[in-house]
Design a protein around this ligand. Structure first.
Ligand SMILES: [Fe+2]
Length: 254
């Protein structure tokens, strides 16, 4: 039997798939090292400054969020080489799945953000036994009730309609977990961000994967350009799923 991770709690591939399909979400602890978390937090700060330069001010609607983290290279790109992180995606979406999007999700001090509403992240209604997308939330800080830990409603990926507020908040669980944890979820799980009551930013970022025949949110290979990453990472970023640019290009790839 294959084991997809080697930490405190062992979980077989089959157990992961069963839990994911039943609950629509699975938390894996300690998948990202402390040193890598530090790098990500530094790179997020730098990327947010560059986003401010790009938009001309910090008054734009996505302030504090990086919509395409891989654009900034560094650890955001290197993480695509991490087989342990991507194994669960490949169990659910197949070996050839590619990235759909990769955004940061930071909660400012004493505030909330765009995530504070009951919502799903994927409005596409696909067959429950053939999911088109799957995502993970990579925690760069401990998520606590004080800093706005997200509410998730278990099994809600099977709901046909949005749950009402009282049902949601009576049944949803808060994601209280340590930095370095990775929370895998079906993007059709109903969830809502909390409110950060602390004086510190709370950082996280998401990776959304899709089937290899689906469109990406942005043309990621074009945005990333020439990069020094391994073949598996390139495959995950969609470098080998590009539409031929011309008739000639089609035949040259054969
Ligand atoms: Fe969301």
């Amino acid at each position: 039997m294959q084991i997809f991770r080697e930490y405190k709690i062992f979980m077989t591939d089959k157990e992961f798939i069963n839990k994911y399909n039943t609950d629509g979400m699975v938390l894996v602890n300690k998948l990202i090292s402390t040193s890598l978390i530090k790098q990500f937090k530094n790179e997020i700060k730098i990327a947010i400054q560059k986003e401010t330069e790009f938009h001309g001010s910090n008054k734009h609607k996505d302030n504090g969020m990086i919509l395409c983290c891989v654009k900034y290279g560094g650890s955001f790109l290197k993480i695509f080489e991490n087989d342990k992180l991507f194994k669960p995606f490949e169990l659910i979406l197949g070996k050839n799945c590619i990235v759909y999007s990769n955004a940061s999700s930071s909660m400012p001090p004493r505030k909330s953000n765009y995530s504070k509403r009951i919502h799903i992240d994927c409005p596409i209604d696909y067959p429950i036994d053939f999911p088109l997308r799957m995502q993970c939330l990579i925690l760069l800080d401990d998520f606590t009730n004080d800093n706005g830990a997200t509410w998730f409603l278990p099994k809600s990926h099977k709901l046909k309609e949005k749950p009402n507020n009282s049902f949601f908040y009576e049944n949803a669980k808060r994601l209280n977990a340590k930095a370095g944890s990775v929370f895998y979820l079906n993007p059709r799980i109903w969830h809502s961000g909390g409110h950060n009551k602390t004086d510190l930013w709370r950082d996280a970022f998401t990776i959304v994967m899709t089937r290899e025949f689906c469109k990406q949110r942005m043309d990621i290979p074009n945005i990333v350009g020439k990069v020094n990453i391994n073949e598996k990472a390139k495959k995950r970023l969609g470098f080998y799923n590009l539409i031929p640019k011309s008739y000639k290009d089609y035949y040259e790839r054969k």
